[in-house]
Design a protein around this ligand. Structure first.
Ligand code: ADP
Length: 488
């Protein structure tokens, strides 16, 4: 078997021994094995050569006049972490060999040795030195990758000490101080949200995996200025083989430009919807004047065309209203006006108001009245939530069906159920109906006019009140929307 499996690899070896016979013997055997061998006749020369040139393996005699092998081992360990040292020892120096190993020698070979014994020891060392070099290459590759990532990287150990970070992270968090290796997280940041997600990750149980995220808003410190940044931090744990948490890895992305774009989009939508709403209302009232015959008698055909026009314009008014609502919700305006409200009163008047619409479709619309506690909410927004849900229930239920609204108290929450005996929603569509502009298109619903914005608005309002909304549905049987809101 060849000493080195990879024949393209030529390990650089230095043999330091005051005995010429040993130097020459080692050199001859190892050169034959495809190694590049240099020799030194004492410790001083050996150390000089090590300082000038990199060696993979150093074979050094322990007992030499002047600088001995022990000092060679110590100096190599200090300066060349991935160089492997083998000590050559005389008969009675086993103790010395053990001491040399403690100082960092990888192996020892007792004198006299056969060529085969030398090959075995060097072969083991070659494997070791290659592993060390692979680790060193891997480390450099990893460091380069982390340093040039566009995102910030922050790694902590279990005790929340920083063990790895990159320049992007320091820039994002505006840190300009000393190096942070092994420093506590608090030396870098006191941001509560960031600290909370890292604490959350470090507190996970054995084998548990979670991604925790938070939006943080530090100020980027430039020369004389301070720019508001929006960052998204995502923290995950890293574990050992038995699942114990060893620390946290947090990746931070700069989402400032996305936030700015989003703000611009909302401002634009809000402006356009507002500008459209006014002329649309004028068109609607003028159509009504025509239909009421105030501008002259109309025939059946003309009335029919005008009523179709009127429905389309109403659809556009609804769209612009919904868009305006959404931009108000995004701007955080809806939860500003919270008061103690009695949901049952709101539901009662809504159900009363919608009876006409239900009767047009021969749908029985009923409210099961119960006593509900007051909740802290924005009354107008609550009206919007349940008006959307009840309108949908009526729209998506065929003639002759039933729509029922019920209230209940469950622990610290008030629950409101809006159920219908309508078309229902296919299971694969259910997760999508709360997405903006998403509408389910089936044979039964394709002619129903809508914007796909009702449910997203409902969800945003409910969540802004710290509530939740769920839906259960079966095609051809009906749907139930369940809203939970905390009792104040
Ligand atoms: P829109 O009603 O304007 O289309 P929504 O956001 O209110 O928008 O609803 C999204 C979709 O969810 C609707 O297009 C419809 O397919 C479905 N949906 C909502 N409510 C019901 C319901 N009660 N029964 C059946 N389908 C419904």
């Amino acid at each position: 078997m060849a000493l080195i499996e990879d024949q393209t690899y030529q390990p650089r070896i230095l043999v330091i021994d005051d005995e010429k016979r040993i130097r020459e013997g080692c050199s001859k055997i190892l050169t034959k094995e495809n190694c590049l061998v240099d020799v030194a006749e004492n410790g001083e020369t050996g150390l000089k050569m090590i300082a000038e040139k990199y060696y993979d393996i150093i074979l050094t005699d322990l007992m030499m006049p002047g600088i001995g092998g022990m000092e060679v081992v110590a100096r190599v360990r200090e300066q060349h972490l991935d160089t492997v040292v083998i000590v050559i020892t005389g008969f009675a120096t086993l103790e010395h060999s053990i001491e040399a190993m403690k100082k960092g020698a990888f192996d020892f070979i007792p004198k006299p040795f056969t060529p085969d014994q030398l090959r075995v020891v060097v072969s083991k060392s070659v494997k070791m030195t290659r592993t060390l070099q692979d680790i060193a290459t891997e480390k450099t590759r990893f460091k380069t990758l982390v340093n040039y990532l566009a995102g910030g990287v922050l790694v902590t150990d279990k005790s929340k000490n920083i063990i790895l970070y990159n320049p992007t992270l320091l820039r994002m968090l505006g840190y300009q101080g000393e190096a942070l290796d092994d420093q506590p997280l608090s030396a870098l940041t006191t941001d509560e949200k960031l600290t909370r997600i890292i604490d959350g990750i470090l507190g996970l149980k054995v084998g548990e995996f979670k991604v925790l995220s938070a939006e943080i808003m530090p100020h980027e410190k430039g020369e004389g200025s301070s720019k508001q940044l929006y960052l998204r931090a995502q923290a995950v744990p890293f574990q050992n083989r038995s699942g114990e948490i060893l620390g946290s890895v947090t990746i931070i992305d700069d989402i400032t430009h996305l936030k700015k774009l989003d703000e611009m989009k909302s401002a634009f939508i809000s402006m356009v919807s507002h500008e459209i709403r006014v002329p649309l209302s004028t068109i609607l009232s003028q159509i009504k004047i025509l239909m009421d015959g105030l501008a002259g008698e109309l025939g059946a055909k003309q009335t029919d065309i005008l009523s179709k026009m009127s429905r389309k314009v109403e659809g556009l008014v609804e769209l612009s209203n919904n868009l305006l609502d959404l931009s108000r919700i995004e701007a955080g305006l809806i939860v500003q006006d919270k008061q103690q409200v009695q949901l049952m009163d709101i539901l009662d008047s809504l159900v009363g108001f919608m009876q006409t619409r239900a009767k047009e479709k021969n749908i029985s619309l009923s409210l099961k009245k119960v006593n509900l506690p007051l909740i802290n909410a924005d009354g107008k927004s609550m009206e919007e939530v349940f008006s959307n849900l009840i309108t949908n229930a009526i729209i998506y239920t065929p003639e002759g069906g039933k729509v029922t609204v019920r209230g209940e108290v469950k622990g610290d929450f008030v629950g409101i159920r809006v159920s219908d005996t309508g078309y229902g929603i296919a299971p694969e569509e259910l997760p999508r109906i709360f997405e903006r502009f998403y509408r389910v298109k089936t044979e039964k619903t394709r002619n129903i006019i809508g914007t796909g914005l009702g449910l997203p608005i409902v969800k945003s309002i409910v969540e802004a009140h710290n509530g939740t909304i769920q839906v259960e549905s079966k095609e051809g049987v009906g749907s139930t929307f369940y809203v939970r809101l905390p009792i104040s």
